[in-house]
Every structure is written in C-alpha cells, then in structure tokens.
Design a protein around this ligand. Structure first.
Ligand code: FAD
Length: 406
C-alpha cells in the first residue's frame, strides 16, 4: 500500500495526521510542505509571536518528533509541482515521484500581492509565514515608521503590535472603514476609535498608487490622490488567494476554491481537500463557502481523516474566527451577510466591551463580540439552532444571555 499523501504542512494537514491515527488508520502517511518548519499556527504571527512574546515552541502545532512517532514522514522544504491522477502520484519540484492511495490537498492560501510601481523595493513585506515575521521584526527599531496597506484583521493586528514597540504607524485602507469585508460599521468605527486612541493614524478611503524609494529601499507610500506617506517599512495585508492551481491543473474541479462536499471529497474519489483552499457546502447557511480560519482547517482535517477511514463525519458548523488587538479580543461567530437587523449589547462608543448580534428576519445569524466571551459562546449555539430572538431583550443588559436564549 502507498498510503496517504498530504500536500501542504499547515493547520489542516497536521490535524489530518492526528485524526487519521485516532480514527485507527495504520498505513503510511507522508506530508509534503514547502516551508522549512513543521506545521505551525499562523494566528500568533500577527500577534504574540510578532511581538516577540512567545517563541516558535509555542507556535508549532506539535513538536517535530510527534510526526515520526505517529509514523508520518515529513518532507519539508519540498514543493509539490504536479498531481498525476492517472498514475496516482505527486511529483515534487526536486524530481521525486511519490505514490498515493488517497491524497489530501491542504495547500492553504497565499498573500495577494500589490501590483503598483515600486512593489519590489526593499522594505515592503507581506505576512503569511514565520520567515515573513523574521523579516518584519528586523524593522522594529527606534525611530521606525511603518505604513500598513490594508485595514483588515492582519493589518490592524500588526499595527497594534508595532505600537507596543513604539513604532509610528499609519494604516491606509481603500474602503470607507476598516475591516469592511467582515464586520458591521459599528464594529469598524469602534476599532478606528481604539486605534486612534492608541496613537495609530488610520486613513480610510485612501488607495495606494505606488511606493517610492532611495537606493532600492522604500521611503514613501504614495496615494492615488498624490499624498505621500513617509516610512521606513511597509506591511501589505490585502487578502489572500487560495492555492488551487495543483488541483486545477490536474483536472480536479475548482471554483473559487477546490470544490468539495461536506465530507471533503473532491471530484476525484481518491482526492480530498481541507482548509483555506476549499469551497465547501455549509448546511447552516444553505450555501457554499470558502473560509480562511483555523476552525475551518481543523474541522475539515478531521472530516477528511474520518471519510478516508470509512466514517461519515460531515463538516457542517457555524464558522468562527477571532482577532486580538491590544487588550481587545474580537470573536466572530457566523456570517452576517444578508442580515436585516443589527442589535448592539453594551456601548461601542465608550469603553472596550460590547457585542453586535445580526438577525435575519428575527433569526440570529452572526455575532461580533469584543471582550464578551459569554455572548460569543451563547450566540454560537443559538446560530446553530437558528434561534429566533427578541431584539429588545438582546439589547437589554439587565437580562442575562441565558435568559435571552430561553
Ligand atoms: P496553511 O496553514 O496555510 O497551510 C498550507 C501549507 O501548504 C503552507 O505551509 C503552504 O506553504 C503549503 N503549500 C502550499 N502549496 C504547496 C505545494 N504545492 N507543495 C508543498 N506545500 C505547499 N485564523 C483564525 O481563525 N484566527 C486568527 O486569528 C487568524 N490569524 C491569522 C494571522 C495571520 C498572520 C495569518 C497568515 C492567518 C491567520 N488566520 C487566522 C488564518 C489561518 O491561519 C488559516 O486559515 C489556516 O492556517 C489555514 O490552514 P490551512 O491548513 O488551510 O493552510
């Protein structure tokens, strides 16, 4: 038997190995990843690891010995160049041919690059990997001036960390508000206020037109309106692109992600896919999703392992996500798209703790909770149940979440 080959050595891949063994799979497993490190968590890369508060030992998902003990061969710093479905082999870029009985594609996503003049100047960074963090950290020095391009989670988290290091920070966002793609204006405006109070310059409605430099190194970011922002380095966080090319080139169905069913099966019966690279059905919302989250990667890793070992554990859950900025823990459950009413509990205009609930025709579909763990936990359950809630009671803090739910 050729066993199982996993392409990618990230969150979903690592989970798949653990779950394959706990589901009782005894055959060989090979994991092929193009990074130098064994699988690790990415969230700390824009939080505590970037801040230098924790080391790689707290970021890796399992110590490297785990894989050997689990009978999983790790091929690191190795890129898969192609999948040959007819022969059931993958080809690595260093010329090896590795056969599989079942294949799991867990290739994740890569950063979207900015295509403006000066894009290749020194001092322009992206943030996806441990290697990227090391490069960015070299710029954390006294007198440093950082411009962040993109006011999404990653850009704002990096801004918060840099501020702690006494770096001057300007965030440039094209949309009219930060995190516009993922949260309601109430939440965006709250974060804009907090960042400004912390000393970050937040500029919305600004489109970056180019980077200017001296001696090959960036000195200014220039906007479409001709404004110039001096800097010693730039971090670009403008979204990701799922890594679907391998699947696509092999003729596996791809449509805004590798198309899988609720069991993570692709259009090829011997190939499964998990994590950021997939487009999957979600029963709670009755539509297909492509998600970029740890929860999604873990759950699909589990489901793929179960499916390969002949068990059906459909992945059908309320998505959730978090972001840490300063002392604020933002927790998001569900997807608010299409909501008809947003109900606020607590006061986002003052203080640092509140929750926004999104209702669609009275049914709770999502929550954004800032330093409100109880609201988040309760909402996760209520969204799964498609609970109908009374907006007045939800907004009334004298009524506990437990009572609101009943
Ligand atoms: P990944 O973990 O990205 O793993 C995929 C791996 O496959 C990568 O190592 C990649 O290099 C490798 N690969 C790709 N193609 C090939 C190939 N051809 N050959 C070999 N290897 C290949 N999510 C949250 O839920 N909460 C957060 O707070 C949060 N913060 C984040 C902060 C940052 C800075 C980043 C970058 C992401 C964050 N995320 C967060 C998102 C989360 O980390 C991802 O959704 C998750 O890692 C996806 O897991 P994955 O296994 O699909 O992909």
């Amino acid at each position: 038997t050729n066993g199982i080959v996993i392409i990618g050595a990230g969150q979903a891949a690592s989970q798949a190995v653990m779950s394959l063994r706990s589901e009782g799979y005894e055959g060989p497993i090979r994991m092929i990843g193009d990074e130098a490190e064994p699988p690790y968590q990415r969230p700390p890369l824009s939080k505590k690891f970037l801040a230098g508060e924790i080391g790689f030992d707290r970021v890796e998902l399992k110590p490297v010995e785990f894989y050997a003990n689990a009978g999983c061969e790790l091929l690191l710093s190795t890129r898969v160049a192609a999948i040959e479905r007819a022969k059931k082999v993958v080809l690595t870029s260093d010329g090896r041919e590795i056969a599989y009985d079942k294949l799991i594609i867990a290739t994740g996503s890569r950063v979207r690059e900015i295509n403006v003049p000066g894009f290749d100047l020194e001092g322009v960074y992206y943030l996806r990997s441990v290697a990227d963090v090391h490069e960015i950290q070299k710029n954390f020095k006294p007198g440093a001036k950082m411009v962040v391009v993109g006011g999404g989670y990653i850009g704002l988290e990096v801004a918060a960390v840099a501020k702690k290091h006494d770096i001057s920070v300007t965030v440039l966002e094209t949309a009219e508000r930060v995190m516009a793609r993922v949260v309601d204006p109430i939440v965006s405006h709250f974060y804009e206020r907090i960042h400004r109070e912390e000393g970050v310059i937040i500029r919305t409605g600004v489109t970056v037109a180019g980077f200017e430099g001296e001696g090959g190194r960036i000195t200014h970011v220039v906007s479409g309106e001709g404004e110039s922002f001096p800097c010693t380095f730039v971090v670009v966080g403008i979204g990701i692109i799922p890594n679907t090319e391998l699947a696509q080139d092999a003729g596996v169905t791809v449509e805004n992600g590798i198309v899988v069913d609720e069991m993570t099966r692709t259009s090829d019966p011997d190939i499964y896919a998990a994590g950021d690279c997939t487009n999957h059905p979600n029963g709670v919302y009755g539509r297909r999703l492509r998600l970029e989250s740890v929860h999604n990667a873990i759950e699909q890793g589990k489901t793929a392992a179960a499916a390969i070992t002949g068990k059906d554990k459909p992945y059908n859950q309320v998505p959730w996500f978090w972001s840490d900025q300063y002392d604020l823990k933002l927790q998001i459950a569900g997807l608010s798209t299409g909501y008809t009413e947003a109900v606020t509990r607590g006061n986002p205009a003052e203080g640092r703790s509140f929750a926004v609930f999104y209702l669609k025709d009275g049914v709770l579909i999502a929550v954004d909770a800032v330093n409100r763990a109880p609201e988040f936990m309760m909402a996760r359950q209520l969204i799964a149940k498609q609970a109908k809630l009374d907006p007045k009671r939800l907004a009334d803090e004298s009524i506990s979440m437990k009572e609101v739910a009943n």
